[in-house]
Design a protein around this ligand. Structure first.
Ligand code: COA
Length: 340
């Protein structure tokens, strides 16, 4: 039987700067009531003082290593769609700053599905004997990719980081992750995209392309269409992974879904038949933090006792790509601090 990846540590971190709906109303044509009723978001965190994604990743990574009682790991993987730079990846810098040694380190880009895609990737590293232990971090300073003047996107996204330490273990022990369901739909890639900055559209006088419109540097989002895709894909993916795991819906103690919009989370839970008191949410205080979203919920729930050893957990994410994914695990006995 192949080795499984088992959660051995958990940590999350939020930058201290809080942006309330009231703050947004002072610069955008919107209301606190509109934002809260349509999204469930009351405030979000934002990087300040020049901080960027790697800074958040290091903080969450430190906490996860402490939670696991480890000083080193065999690999560091960073899921982010708001990298400090387009080159190089941020993970090697994270590994250096954490002092874990000259280990394997790379980034993974899968937007809001990044945490579930990353868990599958890290489980693969362990199953393939590449690593015994992996520090896997989802970190985002995505506020820097959002147009502060755009009332359709500025209220939704926030910054933060969450991390797990994974170790080699057996599939039947608490904390063992899997099976997985992963999927994508590139035909709808344009529904949620940042047009410029990559190889297709760079800004450079030398390349004869110095007139990239400002909005192309920022996220564009077809909100209503994304909403519908999220409902359909998250529900289907969750059902698929439950089938693969041999779990009934009634077996699920906690449904930890990507925090994109409280109405999406509530509707997906309803469609699955999972009671709302089994659906932890922090979107009211952090907004959509992409790859950091699920581990931020895990860390808060674990720290405040809403997630207990032995709980059967279903995790489902959806995001740009389009991409989606789900996995399950029985919650292990780990100790962490709340990111709040
Ligand atoms: N304040 C006030 N009005 C706003 C607004 C804001 N912040 N943002 C948009 N509006 C307006 C629109 O301009 C539109 O006006 P119009 O009818 O005159 O054209 C109206 O509100 C409705 O816009 P629409 O986008 O259809 O609203 P919605 O009910 O779908 O809610 C979202 C918008 C973005 C909250 C919702 O579509 C959503 O959450 N989508 C998913 C986003 C998401 O999850 N993205 C990440 C995926 S991982």
């Amino acid at each position: 039987m192949a080795a499984s990846a088992v959660i051995a540590g958990l940590g999350a971190w939020l930058p201290p700067s809080v942006v309330t709906n009231g703050d947004l109303c002072s610069r955008l044509d919107t209301t606190e009531e509109w934002i809260e009723s349509r999204t469930g978001i009351r405030e979000r965190r934002e990087v300040s003082d020049g901080a960027a994604t790697v800074d958040l990743a290091v903080k969450a990574g430190e906490r996860a290593l402490k939670s696991a009682g480890l000083r080193s790991v065999d690999a560091v993987v960073l899921a982010t769609t708001s990298p400090d730079r387009t080159c190089p990846a941020g993970a090697p810098e994270v590994a250096s700053r954490l002092g874990v040694g000259a280990v394997a380190a790379f980034d993974l880009t899968s937007a809001c599905s990044g945490f579930v895609y990353g868990l599958a990737t890290c489980a693969g590293l362990i199953a393939a004997d590449v690593a015994e232990t992996v520090l896997f971090i989802g970190a985002e300073a995505f506020s820097t990719f959002v147009n502060p003047e755009d009332r359709a996107t500025a209220p939704i996204f926030g910054d933060g980081a969450g991390a797990v330490v994974l170790r080699r273990g057996s599939p039947d022990e608490p904390g063992a992750i899997g099976p997985f369901d992963l999927g994508s739909d590139g035909e709808n890639a344009d529904l949620l995209a940042v047009a410029a900055g990559g190889s297709r559209q760079r800004a450079s006088t030398r390349l004869g392309n110095d007139d990239v419109p400002t909005e192309d540097w920022y996220l564009s989002m077809a909100g209503r269409a994304i909403f519908q895709h999220a409902l359909a894909r998250m529900t289907a993916s969750a059902n698929t992974v439950l089938d693969r795991a041999g779990w009934a819906v009634a077996d699920v103690d906690r449904f930890v879904g990507h925090q994109a919009n409280i109405r999406i989370l509530t509707s997906v839970a309803q469609r699955l038949g999972i009671a709302q008191d089994r659906v932890p949410a922090n979107i009211d205080r952090v907004g959509n933090t992409l790859a950091a979203s699920i581990p931020l919920v895990l860390a808060e729930s674990c720290a405040n006792g809403h997630l207990r050893p032995g709980d059967r957990v279903l995790m489902t994410a959806f995001g740009a790509g389009l991409s989606w994914g789900s996995t399950v695990l029985v919650w292990p006995d780990v100790v962490t601090t709340s990111p709040f």
